[in-house]
Design a protein around this ligand. Structure first.
Ligand code: PGA
Length: 251
């Protein structure tokens, strides 16, 4: 029903020439994968990555964009600039951007609308802090993030959005959510989307888990009914590990 989507988030890693050789090494390892395979690379790697991924099943994404179309925003990159390079996906609202670059639910919403208007497919990150999980407000936090993120987004557009549930305490820490925690939180996100657009739309939305997903735990996490894929940081930087995760998605 929903196609599994495995996306790598390289973060601030690999130069353009490293991206080129990495993707050439990865391509034969993920050839024929039954899931969608995406590499979200630094802006400076995009041209090399799009070129290296040509005639492969690897899709290329960016890790951020600005919500304005153009103008006096020194250092920023617009949706049209990404589309012009052949980029298909863009990560929006990653917790590192929320934490270090002051992104809010409101700017996430503006970015989603800018991406959709330009024809980019957003991968929207949501997730609770450790203190919020300890205070037992995970579901409320996720609902707030989703409701604001999807404000003004049509049902048709919503179907094409990928949501990544990334508990902040699990990112880059080696602490993975249990598959039950991941499934439960992805279920909360899906029912929130159902409350906004109805069940038919919610059943079409791909919801990934992210946070220390690796070659060892991917199969268990991906076996859960509400977990439709993964957004992978550290383990996406090694072709062998990343291709094991891609293979796990077919099981
Ligand atoms: P991690 O990062 O796999 O290194 O925990 C995931 C992410 O931040 O998307």
């Amino acid at each position: 029903m929903r196609k599994t989507v495995i996306a790598g988030n390289w973060k601030m890693n690999k130069t353009a020439s490293e991206a080129d050789s990495f993707l050439k090494e990865l391509a034969p390892l993920v050839k024929g994968a039954k899931c969608t395979v995406i590499a979200c690379v630094p802006f400076t790697d995009l041209t090399a990555a799009v070129k290296a991924a040509k005639r492969t099943n690897i899709k290329i994404g960016a890790q951020n964009l600005h919500f304005e179309k153009s103008g006096a925003f020194t250092g920023e990159i617009s949706a049209d600039m990404l589309v012009n390079l052949g980029v298909e996906y863009v990560i929006i609202g990653h917790s590192e951007r929320r934490q270090y670059f002051n992104e809010t639910d409101e700017t996430v919403n503006l970015k989603i609308k800018a991406a959709l208007a330009a024809g980019l497919k957003p991968i929207v990150c949501v997730g609770e802090l450790l203190s919020e999980r300890e205070d037992d407000i995970t579901a409320e936090v996720l609902r707030r993030q989703i409701k604001i993120a999807f404000k003004g987004v049509s049902a048709d557009e919503a179907k094409g959005i990928i949501v990544a549930y990334e508990p902040v305490w699990a990112i880059g820490t080696g602490k993975t959510a249990t598959s039950e925690q991941a499934d439960e939180a992805c279920g909360v996100i899906r029912s929130c989307i159902a409350s906004l657009y109805g069940k038919a739309v919610a059943n079409k939305v791909v919801i990934q888990y992210g946070g220390s997903m690796n070659a060892k735990n991917a199969e268990e996490l991906l076996s859960k009914p509400n977990v439709d894929g993964g957004l992978i940081g550290g383990a996406s930087l090694k072709s062998a590990d990343f291709s094991i995760i891609v293979a796990a998605a077919a099981k």
